[in-house]
Design a protein around this ligand. Structure first.
Ligand code: HEC
Ligand code: HEC
Length: 266
């Protein structure tokens, strides 16, 4: 069974925190509300409701904010402010709706100039959005400077199809070279100054990461590197010690290689 990441993190920290309840007040609350599966098929929904649902998915289950900001230039991915307006002009012969849907389910079909091809197809694990969620998300993107006109019929019937059961969640193929990532771990990333990882010796300042891919999901691991505070603090470890600026210190390639290495730690 594949639990949503927030539930996993929640259960994990509850288990570890058992004997340390006196410590609990210093640990930031980790959201334990599981992301809901959104199903809108057949139901009546207004564009405003759709946009609101899409915004929620953008910020939670979609994990889009790992890479994208709205109204803020990122180094990793395009600023999505105004994307609803520019979408219609991105590809000759393609409507705004078609371009946005393609960006989500087949992100490598068009690579925005100046960015690396690291965006995952969001209807596949680990993100695995269903058709309704893709519909809502597209409506939200159109609301950013464009006209909300997407219909459920615009989302390919096959989208999100294979991911429904979630069985393939552990077999995610992310781009990235684990060997190069190991070198980042021991070198430029300075991770080893605080973490042990398999045959890489480290210090006990931070948790031993030797089994991290078994106890955490890829999206938690990806987020934790970029936003350690935002992901809560592992129980029995000091908050605020893990550096917050890896997102600006590592290149996108170094980051994806590092994640690929961490995903080998089982
Ligand atoms: C791992 C990083 C990553 C994640 C996660 C990610 N994206 Fe992207 N996205 C990118 C990059 C890099 C590009 C530019 C390269 C390309 O076109 O594939 C991009 C391009 C896009 C574009 C086209 C933008 C344009 O200006 O034409 C859209 C729309 C988009 N992403 C939406 C999303 C949404 C919605 C989510 C969450 C469901 C998401 N992305 C998650 C990295 C990411
Ligand atoms: C200065 C020490 C320090 C450095 C450097 C550091 N970390 Fe951490 N890290 C910590 C501490 C302390 C925690 C536990 C507290 C917390 O959750 O913030 C942690 C937590 C983590 C976790 C969560 C582990 C779990 O069981 O959920 C991951 C994953 C992680 N670090 C990865 C990395 C990676 C990858 C790097 C290098 C890019 C790195 N860290 C660099 C101190 C560090």
């Amino acid at each position: 069974m594949r639990l949503p990441v927030s539930v996993k993190v929640g259960l994990f920290s509850i288990a570890v925190m058992g004997g340390y309840s006196y410590f609990a007040n210093s640990i930031p609350q980790i959201e334990s509300r599981p992301p809901q599966e959104l199903s809108l098929e057949g139901g009546n929904v207004t564009p405003a409701q759709l946009v609101k649902a899409g915004e929620e998915i953008f910020k939670t289950k979609g994990t889009c904010e790992i890479c994208h900001r709205i109204g803020q230039k990122g180094t990793r991915a395009p600023d999505l402010a105004g994307v609803g307006g520019r979408a219609a002009k991105m590809k000759p012969g393609m409507s705004a709706t078609q371009y946005l849907v393609e960006s989500l389910v087949n992100p490598n079909a068009t690579i925005v100039e100046g960015y690396p091809p690291i965006m995952p197809a969001v209807d596949k694990p680990p993100i695995a959005l269903n058709r309704s969620e893709l519909w809502a998300l597209t409506a939200f993107l159109q609301s950013l400077g464009g006209t909300v006109e997407v219909a459920l019929a615009d989302i390919p019937a096959t989208a999100g199809g294979e991911s429904g059961a979630g069985g393939a969640a552990t077999a995610v193929a992310l781009p990235g070279d684990p060997k190069a990532g190991k070198a980042i771990f021991t070198g430029k990333g300075t991770c080893m100054a605080c973490h042990k990882a398999g045959d890489v010796p480290g210090t006990p300042v931070g948790p031993d990461l030797s089994q991290i891919a078994q106890i955490q999901t890829p999206d938690y691991i990806m987020k934790k590197i970029l936003d350690p505070k935002g992901m809560g603090t592992v129980a029995n470890f000091p908050p605020g010690v893990m550096p917050q600026d890896f997102g600006t210190r590592l290149t996108a390639k170094e980051y994806t290689d590092l994640v690929a290495f961490l995903l080998t730690l089982k």
